[in-house]
Design a protein around this ligand. Sequence first.
Ligand SMILES: C[S@@+](CC[C@H](N)C(=O)[O-])C[C@H]1O[C@@H](n2cnc3c(N)ncnc32)[C@H](O)[C@@H]1O
Length: 332
Amino acid sequence: MISPDLPVSLRAVLEQQAQGLSRNDAAVRAAMISRAYRDGGNSRTIRSESDALAYALARMPATYAAVAACLNALTDARDDFQPESLLDVGAGPGTATWAALQAYPSLQRMDLLDANPALRRLALTLAAEQMPPTPLDYQQADARSGIAAMPQADLVIASYMIGELMEDARAAFATELWRKTRDTLLVVEPGTPAGYARIVALRTQLIAQGAHVVAPCPHDEACPLDKPDWCHFAQRLSRSRAHKQIKGAELPFEDEKFSYVVLAREVVTQRPARILAPPLVTKAEMRLKLCQPDGTASIASVPRRDKAAYARVRRLGWGDTMPSTEADSSGL
Ligand SMILES: C[S@@+](CC[C@H](N)C(=O)[O-])C[C@H]1O[C@@H](n2cnc3c(N)ncnc32)[C@H](O)[C@@H]1O
């Protein structure tokens, strides 16, 4: 399992790059980029090296934490998965690539694709300045047309990317992502109803094309959640001093909300129930909202008086899987 925090070496290079940048200027740029996102815009507002750096300082720790959480869920489900090749689509500053490198020392080849030249330059600087430098191939192109020329990979990741495509381009793009996937595909989106809707649409489409869900759903059935409910998770990450300054924040941590799906060509044999919300702890019991292997969602109650079962669940949290005995003991 990997830490949700940026690796020390990467953070050091980022902060070193940021030394020439006034924190106020970076904060203003990061706020402008965030505002563009909130208004339904995309990363096209990131034009200069300073914009790219401001974006990376403000957002990369959180998107890294979300990808790290997804890769941990993948490792939890398939601890024998050892990808040798990675394709990071909409790679930006290389966030998902850095997380995948932490999770999978087996990686030998990394291909990245993005249309944004400033983010690509930053990723290449981060790759070159780390010790040891990370060899990677980073193509600059519109992913809708450029993905066809990219090599297939054992692991394909599109992190916080498909939301930047026009809705009518997403289905064809999902098919291309799947075509490039030799083994496993991870797609991560912001943990909002709109981000979840994009994940569900892609999940439904690719299951129809032969994919199997590895995480978070323990099944390939339709999502059992009804509107206004939506499936999302949260990852806590620590904020460095630079991160706090650029976000004008006091708290030494933040919680990144994300929705995701991991799809694979082979079905995973064990798919335990997953906890879909922060557990509710009362004096008498712990109540857990679960997505079940049979494709339903339900509430499991584990009474404190059942000491053995309670001891097994008390440390579980939102996003974790349930050992099957707990689901059994709660009568589900
Ligand atoms: C929000 S950023 C996410 C970057 C990175 N994957 C991460 O998780 O931090 C979205 C990225 O998708 C890229 N992108 C959006 N639409 C694209 C397209 N049509 N072709 C290539 N890249 C695209 C943007 O340039 C940007 O780098």
